[in-house]
Design a binder for this molecule. Structure first.
Ligand code: NAD
Length: 261
């Protein structure tokens, strides 16, 4: 039986681990041909071998790396059906301890990285759009892009920018008649290496108890659990597939009800 993403060409950034790896793996199971772009070459190569994908060295903050990736995808496939801008960095400390370099480092990856990806790969996405169904860009924001949280100002601000960039691009591509849809996904607490690092920071600053932080985090979630990368992948498959052909500019919140209260 054909998968929901059969033969679609998909690029997932930051897919060497965590949410990106979950999305790449789940999309591959749905028949997609995956290109993993990550700075972590060993992790990307290991996952690529496991799921039959291609790994490509990509620092999302580097325009040159994006151009090399575009050339590779153009030569290999001639088009790109789905771009998942997932690579991101987190920083947990109060604003008074953010240096300008900290701020710019987060913006370079979380915001510039998505701008560069959309801009550089736009011609390949347009080609996929012209070939029948629409191309799909999925930008991974966060619930921190919807509501405020203490001690992660640069991160929260970057994720708010991702939400707005997604809506603006959705409208711009529609206005220009380009068949490219663009949506953001807003994960809640998803157990990955990034969240494990953030949890250490929350324990240190006393916002969650040190003895059993994961139970404490689950208890804050209406569905009473911490999410998994697969929970996010299910939403990404929908937004990437033709099932969502009339969906653009939305913010898909996948958080176990966290921001619904
Ligand atoms: N885990 C969560 O609870 C959570 C919640 C909300 C949003 N998110 C977002 O989901 C995305 C993935 O998060 P995660 O938890 O899987 O993180 P993670 O740290 O576990 O994985 C991030 C991946 O991005 C890669 N990466 C980092 N900088 C890069 C760069 N400059 N270029 C290319 N790749 C780079 C890393 O090598 C890694 O493979 C991020 O955008 C994050 O902000 C995560």
């Amino acid at each position: 039986m054909a998968g929901r993403l059969q033969n679609k060409i998909v690029c997932v950034t930051g897919a060497a681990q965590g949410i990106g790896a979950g999305i790449a793996e789940a999309m591959a199971k749905e028949g997609a041909r995956i290109i993993i772009g990550d700075v972590n070459d060993d992790g990307a190569n290991a996952l690529a071998a496991q799921i039959g994908a291609t790994a490509f060295h990509l620092d999302v903050a580097s325009p040159e790396d994006w151009q090399k990736l575009a050339d590779h995808i153009g030569a290999q496939f001639g088009q790109l059906d789905i771009l998942v801008n997932n690579a991101g960095l987190e920083l947990v400390k109060p604003m008074r301890e953010h240096s300008l370099a900290d701020w710019r480092g987060i913006m370079a990856v979380n915001v510039d990285g998505i701008f560069l990806g959309c801009k550089t790969l736009e011609p390949l996405l347009c080609k996929a759009g012209k070939s029948g169904s629409s191309a799909s860009v999925i930008n991974i924001s966060s619930i921190a892009g919807l509501v405020g949280y203490p001690d992660q100002l640069a991160y929260n601000t970057s994720k708010g920018a991702v939400r707005h960039m997604s809506k603006s691009l959705a409208i711009e591509w529609a206005a220009h008649g380009d068949a490219i849809r663009c949506n953001s996904i807003h994960p809640g607490c998803i157990r990955t290496p990034m969240l494990e690092m953030a949890v250490e920071g929350w324990v240190e600053n006393g916002s969650i108890p040190a003895d059993d932080p994961w139970t404490a985090i689950a208890a804050l979630c209406p569905l009473n659990r911490v999410g998994t990368p697969e929970d996010i992948a299910m939403g990404a498959i929908y937004l990437g597939s033709d099932e969502s052909r009339f969906v653009t500019g939305i913010e898909l919140v996948i958080d176990g009800g966290w921001v619904a209260r």
